[in-house]
Design a protein around this ligand. Sequence first.
Ligand SMILES: [Fe+2]
Ligand SMILES: [Fe+2]
Length: 221
Amino acid sequence: MSPVTLRAVRENPTVRDYLARTDRCMVSMGYTEHGERHARIVAEWARAILVRLGRRGREAELAAIAGYLHDIGNLVNRENHALTGSAIARDILDRMGMPPGEVADVMSAIGHHQEENGEPMSGISAALILADKIDVHRGRVRKSNQMDFDTHDRVNFAARRSVVRVSPKRRAIRYELRIDTRLSKVMEYFEIFMSRMVIARRAAAFLGCTLEIVINDTRIL
Ligand SMILES: [Fe+2]
Ligand SMILES: [Fe+2]
């Protein structure tokens, strides 16, 4: 049997259905976008981070798969979604014929992606954490009335651009953000994202890199 690829996972009817339902759950709870867009971006970045660091092949593909499925547990509940998500991923990947060792790697990465109780424990897991925590963007805000925005919405809405760059030479992973400070102060970004930055920093360290953060062309970490 040929190895399970990100492409096959994206095209899997159960994955499509579950991701769409996940996003609908998040809409009804007033959360930012957690559907196909977020899944795709995290998958692509997780893969790119490992490839740029020279860790190609199966590890990078598994990071992409973990990235694509990482938030699918929100279908059950936001609470403990990393754990439910890893069990959902196991069922799906098992049925797709992925070998148990690879399923286990994906499960651990998904189970450890949240800053509250996660810990980078493999290259796949570290890449997933780094890709997930940088995805701040106005496209994730679904409320149409700015009067209804909470701080999360405001920061996401103010984020014009957020990218991750990897410098293999300097062993540096850099988050670059452009924030419209008329809509949200840089301080608000820190209020919300400090705990995410802490786990992202540990993830970078796991990959033998330092984490740098640049907001509006100013290096702040
Ligand atoms: Fe999550
Ligand atoms: Fe996420």
